[in-house]
Design a protein around this ligand. Sequence first.
Ligand code: KG4
Ligand code: ZN
Length: 336
Amino acid sequence: MIILAIESSCDETSAAVLVDSEMRSNVIAAQLIHEQYGGVVPELASRAHQQHIWPVVERALADAKVTKTDVSAIAFTRGPGLLGSLLVGASFAKALALGLRVPLIEVNHMQAHVLAHFIDDPDRPEKPQFPFLCLTVSGGHTQIVRVDGPLDMHVIGQTMDDAVGEAFDKSAKLLGLPYPGGPLIDKYAAEGNPLAYRFPMSEMPDFNFSFSGIKTAILYFLRQQTKENPDFIQQNLPDICASIQHTLVQMLLTKLKRAVRETGIQQIAVAGGVSANRGLRTALSQLGQEQGWSVFIPRFDYCTDNAAMIAMAAKFKYEQGDFTDQTVSPLPRMSF
Ligand code: KG4
Ligand code: ZN
């Protein structure tokens, strides 16, 4: 079984090749063009996908030492994501599957983030046992997912407004940092005091989250401080970043703790771009140790968007003969 997978839901063009259970390649082309605009510009993202997709696929095949005629199935991200971006990957995958006369597999991007935990990795031999809870945190989503099987997942809590990745990026923008600001907050936070400043944590019912309030609180806080000292941000960047990160991480972990308490499930995974955050990784490991949970944290390159996770999700579908046909079209909003 050789699966060629394509991911193009946002601003990363990626292709991966899975041979049986070995992830042979995972090529990711980032789009730097968005940096200067402070966020992803959808039209520019789809154009960049068009430029990158063929070279990225060729590299993925070459790195995996296979040719396109060896491929058993083509997988692609159907959604959720930006329509124009998804269209490039979907059209490419459909055309290639038609030309090669191989089956086509559609993958839900958020399910794939969760299933990245099942990619074989000698450094991470342990895999989560079903049922497990996955805190799925990215630029567009913040969810607590109950995972009963590879393709049997239910969102039991989610954000009511901004995603936590968006909260990281928007806070970074207020600090004058370029897009995507999440990794930069992480970087500066490493040298700062997480308790230097306090920001309010909004309370939502059940297992749901809200991150729009903290963004406004940070805005007012920075306005006040820079009025008194125009160099406040430059002089205190590590402490500000550490305090923002600490607040966001605590908001996530408070809800996760509640979900564990109420479901009784103690197998805990984290997935999505924000799971690359070192503050979250450390705090979750510590909490897991204290509480006696089994905690699963992905490798850095499987946290942010990548086609390896699409290939992994597709493998489960391939084994069940769950294929799609040429009438399939992308779904910018796609639930599971
Ligand atoms: O999963 P992902 O690559 O794309 C989406 O599906 O959205 O997640 C991207 C998000 C961005 O908001 C980015 O700032 C955030 O993940 N992110 C981080 C870190 N690395 C990526 N946020 C905080 N700390 C990081 N180290
Ligand atoms: Zn993602």
